[in-house]
Design a protein around this ligand. Structure first.
Ligand SMILES: *[C@@H]1O[C@H](CO)[C@@H](O)[C@H](O)[C@H]1NC(C)=O
Length: 187
């Protein structure tokens, strides 16, 4: 009986301690058996947690295999003046036991950030989460789609996953993808 009490108290202390460091990034489940080869190609941005580095509407992400284990990233957005702004990056898996956890390095900024695929069916939707420091606001998320639109129930399902790990989905903004406004990006 005494031993049980000690175990219980120890558990309680561990739980209380972990509650105190809750400002650290969560470590959500990621897409099981992630297959990056099925993930390559073009994705459209549907909704995202607001960020300062991604400019423009009609955003697209193009992923290609550069060399074994290295993915080329080309992010593009349409600015209000009609020009296309692009950012080039590479993405790599850092631990082969966790293939859905990539690290993206932007060539301009020479900074890197996590790119975790929380959920994807490869052909329809993808939910991407990136957290490097919650306290300084470096927590982002993107809902991507193979088409410029995504069914509302899919968006809600993915937002449910984000809510469950503590992301305030009210902070997510839709990305403009209307056919007329974005025609230059949809070719
Ligand atoms: C790689 O991931 C596995 C599974 O999550 C983990 O057990 C292992 O410690 C990780 N290796 C490194 C070097 O982080």
């Amino acid at each position: 009986m005494k031993a049980m009490q000690v175990i219980f108290l120890t558990l309680l202390v561990v739980l209380v301690t972990s509650a105190q460091v809750s400002e650290e990034c969560p470590t959500p489940d990621v897409q099981a058996n992630f297959d990056v080869s099925k993930y390559l190609g073009k994705w459209y941005g549907i909704k995202k947690v607001q960020n300062s580095f991604q400019k423009g509407e009609c955003s697209t992400a193009l992923y290609s295999l550069k060399s074994p284990g290295v993915i080329g990233v080309l992010n593009s957005g349409l600015l209000e003046d009609g020009t296309i702004r692009s950012a080039v990056a590479t993405a790599q898996v850092t631990n082969s036991s966790e293939p859905a956890k990539l690290e993206v390095t932007f060539s301009q900024a020479s900074s890197s950030a996590p790119y975790w695929v929380l959920s994807t069916d490869y052909e329809g939707y993808s939910l991407v989460y990136s957290c490097s420091d919650i306290k300084s606001g470096r927590e982002y998320a993107w809902i991507l789609s193979r088409e410029p639109t995504l069914p509302q129930e899919t968006v809600e399902k993915l937002e449910g996953i984000l809510s469950s790990i503590g992301v305030d989905v009210n902070k997510m903004l839709p990305t403009k993808q209307d056919e007329a406004y974005c025609s230059i990006m949809h070719q």
